[in-house]
Design a protein around this ligand. Sequence first.
Ligand code: ZN
Ligand code: ZN
Ligand code: FE
Length: 759
Amino acid sequence: MIERRHITVQGRVQGVGFRPFVYRLAHELGLVGWVVNSPQGVAIEVEALTARLDTFMTRLQSELPPHAAIQYLDWQNTALMGEQGFQIHHSNHTGAKTAIVLPDLATCPECLKELFDLANRRYRYPFTNCTHCGPRFSIIQGLPYDRPNTTMRDFVLCDECRAEYENPLDRRFHAQPNACPKCGPQLALWDKNGAVLSLRDEALISTADAIRRGSIVAVKGLGGFHLMVDARNTEAVARLRARKHRDEKPLALMYPSLERIKAECEVSELEEHLLTASEAPIVLLRRTGAEIAANIAPGNPYLGVMLPYTPLHHLLMRELDFPVVATSGNLSGEPICTDEYEALERLGEIADFFLVHNRPIARHVDDSIVRVAAGRELVLRRARGYAPLPVKLPKSVPTLIATGAHLKNAAAVTAGEQVFISQHIGDMDTIETYNAYQRIINDFQQLYELHPSAIACDLHPDYRSTQYAEAAGLPIIRVQHHYAHVLSCMAENHLEAPVLGVSWDGTGYGTDGTIWGGEFLLVNEQSFDRAAHFGTFRLPGGDQAVKEPRRSALGLLYSIFGDDIPLDLPPVQSFSATELALLKAALRKGINAPLTSSAGRLFDAVAALIGLRQRVSFEGQAAMELEFAQDGIKTDKCYPFAVTDITSEVTASKRIIDLKLTVLAMIDDLRTGVSISEISAVFHNTLAEIIVTIARCSGEKQVVLTGGCFQNKTLLERTIDRLVAEGFHPYWHRTIPPNDGGIALGQIMAVLREQKICV
Ligand code: ZN
Ligand code: ZN
Ligand code: FE
């Protein structure tokens, strides 16, 4: 029997060569009909004998092109049309916009081959791409994904490019950014004033020369500018740090090849896979060599390393043949630059030269950062290659916006059954970042033509993200920070309540107005109970404690010793007698010394207590160094700790973790000459044991590990091992960051639970 089927497909089906794949399959099977891109995905109609159609449906799902993925497929019978042949129709623009916008994809092997093939017409052309690779998210201005809706719209295809673009059997069929040296974007090298020094290949060669000589070059890439400098040149790296106002925070590196990375770093199979994947993130790798300048990642056993991911980067790195620093083109605290004229202004004091091109960047997309922990990938910064891939919900939901938190912020929106999480935006301390943040939220609303019905934000009244939500003129839902962390991890793991959420980070506003951060939340179908938390201590000077771990240490010690803090301890010694007297008075009276249960500040306090670091130049530095300190130590020892049950008629089941015994034992070790490495290792073990103990008390088997503290590989792995050994089921993050970059997703989930839409 001949029948006709109308098939709708959703998922990663635009910009990945899906329609040509359908076209070829239909031709091979002798089907008639058509395929078309729609704002929701792809629609197909096919007509043939039933058996043929069944084969088509099977192969449609099993023989997908490399980057395609089907999330949803439905079909129904429709009236026979009996047309001739099979066609690819022009995109239709009707209906709600929910199509998945693809992230930017690293250069594919075929394009790379052409790039270095003397005989190819794209030899050394830095904007080569095809349906398997190239820019997507960074050039899209509207849906569906067609050339007129991208920043390539003003480049008119030459005859040869057009022939490829229109040939369904060509690798560049409907490759929207398709271009060649004749018709596409071109490079230019500018001096600080924007005067053109050279063009095209000559610009590239001069750039390489400048980097070789130790100059700092701002290079316009895929989702923004990099600042590049010879990674072996200590003096040049120091100059970059001074000009960028970036003291000690590690700088990312780009290497010419995998082989060169392997000569400098340990690379596991999974790490190699991540480095060479189409996401091409910065991967944190354990360093083994010494080729790199010491001031790239001072005191850090890891390097943040990536491979070239655009033809431009491939050409430049081939020319240089040594690793370069490739750090975001911005001033510390500001978003990455995307426009060459803006770059002249904002980066003029940093860069000596500007390698630019005339393909506009529609939105900034930073490099993503990934590490391998507990045997799988853990995304720490989610941007290029990952954003804006959605998290799928069990059903279609009302349109919502979530504004995220403050540090490492990202926003989220819902469209149909998808939660789209924005690319990493950054710390919202500067007006530049806040402006970028507003642009990104507007951008998502425009792209998907959304009309939100409500807006979710953090409980913290002073966050700019909260103030944005308050000004939006929509019904507002405030979500507790640590609850949002847990829900974000549950959503990523498709996990249902009840769970015990271990939500540990630096700071989050609690439901009682105090600073939380070492939380155990029992999450039920609609809401949560604060089942346990670290005993609180005061932070003398409030926010200043973030920059000075010694303040956290003093607060922790005060909570144990009161006015009789032992004077021989490193953080106490680091203050003058006058400072100490003032701080003690503040602690005694509780003036400008807020109480906190923060695990992040506890890490800081311990780092200061054992003399590792009294002040930091970036958030999390002390905690990182505490983790690095235990490197290579194998021990199962633990410090003692106490758990107090304060369950009463007013409070539901509630426990406080008392660290007095822990701190006393640590001080004892310190005084008897136990190494800092050993103390750190035992401290990490103790934290894992605390989690196991509270999990046992809670009676929940599903334990969710989330919050910035779980970027710590040692803590994460030890906790997972111990939980599994004790019969629990631990869950943690993978492609949604455990830090505040994942908060917006959690906020969306909180609203859906409150409205009883998805639990
Ligand atoms: Zn390609
Ligand atoms: Zn061309
Ligand atoms: Fe947080």
